[in-house]
Write a protein that binds this ligand. Sequence first.
Ligand code: SF4
Length: 366
Amino acid sequence: MRWARDRSSSAGGLGPGRRVGLPGAPQRHHVAKRPGGAVQCDLCPRHCVIPEGQAGDCRVRINRGGVLYAVTYGRPCAIHLDPVEKKPMFHFLPGTSILSVATAGCNLHCKNCQNWSISQADPETVRVLSWTQGEYGVSPKRLVNLAAARQVPSIAYTYTDPNIFYEYAYDTARFAHASGIKNVTVTAGYIEEKPLRRLARYVDGSNVDIKTMNPRFFEENCGGQLHYVLDGLVVARQEGIWIEVTNLVIPTMNDDPAETKKLCQWVLKYLGPDTPLHFSRFYPHHQLRNLPSTPVETLIRARDIARDVGLHFVYIGNVQGRDFESTFCPTCGKKVIGRVGYTITVNNLKDGKCGFCGHPIPGVWK
Ligand code: SF4
């Protein structure tokens, strides 16, 4: 079996390899039979080969009788109405709310994870929303109906990684599109190309975490191979998804200016200068509680590097003030969208263009 993870990052429970009892939905795609009743999951680069009665590395895919079950299907552990700015998505229907959903589990094991209590837990130990009893407590159709009833224009698959609740996200996204509701994934991008392209048909926007440009740091801190994330971003761009990138700047771990420059140059080259880049402030979490919060000066330095490299829309997140989160026109320099926290304070966008000089501001605006 290929378990490529650091067990020490577990939040509790037995993790992969244990039998769990939740019913779940069968995984019909991106899966293959293997000798002796094992099945191989091909959703993500781990390609776990899972014997009968055991779980994959993400804990939420269980082999029962030679069929792989996604046991969190229809069992969200969180549903919230968030400002879309919280994802963060700044060039995507600004000022609207987004129905945000998550289930337990993750295929990465980042030592800094702020949602580790649900991402690194066995699914049966995470409290599913109390009103979600039954086989599929909140079916995809019910989620879409919830969004429609609240008149929100989009649904986010977020908090944990939608790649892990792939079937649930896929079915919901399909129904959502049929109802005129858009879909946003907030993801670390650790997914194989085929499932990504399949899901992309229904995904309008995505915030993808580039955690580092250092493969060794990605392996040691997150337990994965960095190139899959970068390759997936190129695929997502090819598929026409509106992409925003987040980089969480962790003191002493990935805050070297040379690394920041490398990241910015990669975004410029492969995603383009109009790709919004969010530098996010780190606060001590999970297994990195020994580190301090990111100094604001470090974030300002990162933003300046990105601008010097040639990126047009660079933001600083988790720090309020000084227009860190506002959108400025790359041509005339005036403030097109003002933000304080998750609140829009001014909107000078006119039909997707700067209201002052008419320069197009790329994004999903309606
Ligand atoms: S999605 Fe889960 S079970 Fe499938 S390969 Fe990735 S970690 Fe393994």
